[in-house]
Structures are given as structure tokens and as C-alpha cells.
Write a protein that binds this ligand. Sequence first.
Ligand SMILES: Cc1ncc(COP(=O)(O)O)c(C=O)c1O
Length: 420
Amino acid sequence: MPTYTSLQKEDPAVFAALMGEIKRQKEGVELIASENYIFPAVMEAMATVFNNKYSEGYPGKRYYGGQEFTDQVETLAIERAKKLFNAGHANVQPHAGAPANVALYFALLEPGDTVMGMDLSHGGHLTHGHPVTYITKIFKFVRYKMKDVETGEIDYDEMLAVARKEKPKILLGGFSAFPRELDYAKMKAIAQEVGAITVMDMAHIAGLIAGKQLQNPFDHGFDVITTTTHKTLRGPRGGMILTRDPELGKKIDKSVFPGFQGGPIMQMVAAKAVAFGEALKPEFKEYAAQIIRNSKHLASFFMEHGVKLVTNGTDNHMMLIDCVKSWNLGGGEVEHLLDAIGITLNKNMIANDTRKPMDPSGVRLGTPAITTRGMKEKEMEILGQFMLSAIEKRNDEKALVTLGGKVKEFCLQFPVPGIE
Ligand SMILES: Cc1ncc(COP(=O)(O)O)c(C=O)c1O
């Protein structure tokens, strides 16, 4: 772990906050499905002098001089990303997942054009057209949903019917709260019929695709993939856009810079290169496989103990618990209760939720971070039991304090990479 000597001397307040966060991450169980612990080498690359360099443009085509080494790292990031996801073109400059999606919309659409994405209450992301986002003032968003909430099957017949009527320019896959796989081949066929470009926002499952545990949308003819790099991929906070089509690649590059962003955050580009290098190693496949084994095992454990999961299981790293059906509790109450014993997850709307977003019926949880700490199936049962005990003893403050102590003791047996 870095010593942070200058930080401690120059800014004790920020140093103190950092020490608090390090302690929190070591002592608590992180079950937020979009979070992870980055590779130590990624963390080192982030804290480098690449921060000092302005590199507007792309490797070999920059606006300023002195780009010998920035060109090297960005080219490494691009080439590794292409290899990892079997893409022909990669733009590694988006500052995060949301900017990647916005840059993509502007690359492919004219104002007033339509995007068809997953209904937000069924798992889609804010950037897929939530009314609170500015992009909805410019583009029109229409929806597809699950046909069967018990299995998670998407209603592809309705998707086709809506696509025929609305003629979307983009048919968008991707989600932040959906535990099943999409049928990319069916989506591609629907898109072809209506002349739409197929885009997958794989932000949540990028590491599982990189680790060859879930299907790669490109193998089913998808045109574009957008992603974050900091979830299952264990990279720095950042975004990326991939395509196999050189013409789309040119439009995407122009849209990211100069259309939307300024200079790339070059230390993050360097860190993306490192993360992609890590994900190309054979052991990353095993890591991705263990994330899913853990997720399935925890899901089965819950279901065996009478917990109601949305779609009754999972195919990926996450699951959604219907807290109302399981315990007659709101998702917020469960989040709060587990927080008190050192287990972090988030309240979440579930499909067809009758409650409000700030007080929804569900919680979402995932296994990427705990898998990074080396936890396996046996530990999933221990964690599941901690959670069930907390819910059972929710009115017994003393029992909850004892439980919190046990969680901490258990957790400290699994060091966090980079902050041991
Ligand atoms: C599917 C999906 N797309 C995009 C994003 C946005 O990413 P960021 O928070 O890096 O802007 C997220 C983040 O949770 C996501 O889950």
C-alpha cells in the first residue's frame, strides 16, 4: 500500500478521510453489484505523471507535442481492448460510462431520433433514457420489458412490435439491475428488420464477457459496445466504446473528441491499459467464473431459505431480492439494517414496483468485490446466514452489535488487494 507521506503532511483532512475509507473497505462486506476492488497495478498507474499531460486527439494525431509516451499507453489500451473483446476499433477516452453513452448517441443519431432500450424499472440504466437526464430532451426513448418476471425472459415479440412502429435508430441492450442474459441474436434480427444499429451497454458484465463466461454481443453481430471499466473489469473509473465497423469507429472517435470531451484523462487511460492486460491473463477467466459461481450459490442459498428473488435466480454477478415478498420490509430498511452490521448493498426498484424509487421494494447485490477478496461458495453461505440473522434479529440491538463484530472478524480474513 502507498505510504501517503506527502498527503498526510500537506493535507491531514483528506488523509484522515482516506484512512477512514481504507478501514471501511477492509472491514466491511461490499455487495454493491457495480463495485469492485481494482488491481493494485491499476491503482499504481492511476497515481502517475500521466496526469500532467494534455493529449487532445488520438495516438499519432495530437494537438500538442510531447506525446511519445502517451501515444504508447493509449495504443496499448486500444490494442488490448480490441483483443479482449474481439473488436476492430476501440475508443478508450470516455471519462466514464455515462459520457460514453452520450457520446455514442451523438455519434449515431440526429436530434429527434429514437432509441429503444430496456425499461428502467425492469433494469435499464439512467443513461438509457430516464426522464431526469438531458439526453431525453434531444432524443426519443422507447422501451422493451420482461415478458415474465418469474424467469426474466424479455418480451421479444413486443420488442419487435414496438420496433416496427417506432423505427428506432438504435436498439440498445444493457442494464444495471437485471440478473439474466439477453438474446443478442434475436435482438440483432429485430434490429435488422427495422434498420436499427445494435448497441450493447455491457458496463455491468464487461468482466464476465472478457473472462469468457457470458456471451460476447459481437459474436451475434452487434455493431457497437459501450462499457465502464471499473465494475467487473476491475479497472479505473472510466468508459470505453468498441465497434467492429471502421466507419462507425470514425464517427465515434469524432464524437468523443472533439464533439463531447476535451483532453483524455491520460493516467486513467494508462490504468485502463493495465486493467485490460490483467483481464487478458488466463487467471481472469477463472476469476470471472468464480464471480458467477458465487452469485448462483448465494442466490440458491437465499431461495432455499424462502427469500424471493426477482427472476428466481441469476445468470450473472447480481441478484435482486424482493424484500416485501421475502420479509414484508422495504428495500431501504434492509439496506439500512445490513449497513449497520458492515454489509453494504443498495435498495433498488424491482420490476412493476408499486413503491417509490427512494423507498423501493427491493435490494440489489452482487459478488464481484467479494470474489476479488478470495471468497468462494462456502463464504457465500456464511454471508447469506449473516444477512438472514440480521433480518431475523432486526429488533434486537445487542444481537446486531454482536453480529456486526462477527462480520468484521470474518471480513478481515480476506485481504483487499492493494490495501493489505
Ligand atoms: C449499464 C450502465 N451504463 C452506464 C453506467 C454509467 O457509468 P458511470 O457511472 O461510469 O458514468 C452504469 C453505471 O452504473 C451502468 O450500470
